[in-house]
Design a protein around this ligand. Structure first.
Ligand code: ADP
Length: 278
């Protein structure tokens, strides 16, 4: 991730051509801030680690992304979403994470009927109707277990960067992790390391626990395919495989899965703008 990401692979200069019609979606996540600039046809996406000053970081990223897109001014419509969505005072619109992730995922995986999003601090499941509108949702934002934070903490205990956990599980027969709480699971992992349990087995066990928890959280919504998997944790291929197994259907990780919320916010901003000019 991190390169210029363009839908329809059009030249970036197309953005300049319709400068006044450009909108922005900003996802102020718990671990990363993502910006999507959208012109109705294509988009450019950028992200940066969140800081203790989310507004400043988001504004800097927004400005830089606009400059990179060749814009001479800030977009007239800026829509925010995510954990820190109310931090950006210059925003013109604010949407819930459910609304933006549903919108973004439905456009990244056309026709999808269910969205699983696992980010830094929460996990959610959203069922969609055939036209992409939200039918129902469940969310865990009360406990770190089963979220990106859980995996980052375990990665630290194991001395493995979170973005290498997927590959590090290769060949591991999952070792059962009994603790449900992140703090206790960390102690359990440290104890397993001391007992000489192979790291790939510990990691596979952690991934199995995340997949089980997620499947159990969304079970009441009876997920049907196509199922989109978005958020940072979707980049972990071992979790993708295990979650597919737990749900009994393959989960699809679209290109730009990390940007689903910001992209959804930009799409909703675009619709808002079009409605105004009707
Ligand atoms: P938020 O919107 O809350 O900031 P994200 O959707 O950006 O959350 O997801 C962040 C989480 O995703 C991190 O806590 C980390 O566990 C996980 N993550 C991020 N990048 C990767 C990666 N390349 N591979 C595996 N996991 C990742």
């Amino acid at each position: 991730m991190g390169g210029i990401i363009l839908k329809n692979a059009g030249p970036l200069c197309q953005l300049q051509a319709i400068d006044p019609g450009v909108v922005a979606g900003v996802d102020l996540g718990s671990t990363r801030i993502k910006v999507v600039i959208y012109n109705g046809t294509e988009y450019i996406a950028r992200m940066r680690d969140a800081t203790c000053d989310p507004e400043k970081t988001a504004l800097a990223l927004l400005r830089e992304t606009c400059t990179e897109a060749g814009l001479v001014s800030m977009p007239t419509v800026i829509a925010t979403t995510g954990y820190g969505r109310r931090c950006l005072k210059t925003a013109t619109l604010t949407f819930t994470e459910i609304a933006t992730h549903a919108k973004g995922a439905f456009n990244l995986v056309p026709g999808c009927r269910f969205v699983v999003d696992i980010g830094g601090q929460d996990a959610k499941g959203i069922s969609l109707s055939a036209d992409g509108s939200v039918e129902d949702f469940v969310m865990n934002d009360k406990c770190a277990a089963g979220t990106g934070r859980f995996l980052s903490t375990m990665g630290l205990a194991l001395g493995i960067p979170v973005d290498s956990l997927g590959a590090s599980a290769t060949g591991g027969e999952p070792h059962r992790i009994n603790a449900m709480c992140t703090v206790f699971a960390e102690s359990e992992v440290i104890s397993l390391i001391h007992q000489g349990i192979p790291r790939n087995a510990i990691i596979a066990g952690l991934h199995a626990s995340v997949a089980r928890r997620t499947a159990s959280m969304v079970a009441s919504l009876h997920p049907v395919p196509p199922i989109a998997f978005t958020g940072g944790v979707s980049q972990n291929a071992d979790i993708v495989r295990r979650l597919s197994g737990e749900l009994g259907h393959p989960v699809i990780v679209p290109h730009d899965a990390i940007y689903a919320g910001a992209f959804g916010a930009a799409l909703l901003a675009w619709e808002h703008q079009e409605n105004i000019h009707k």
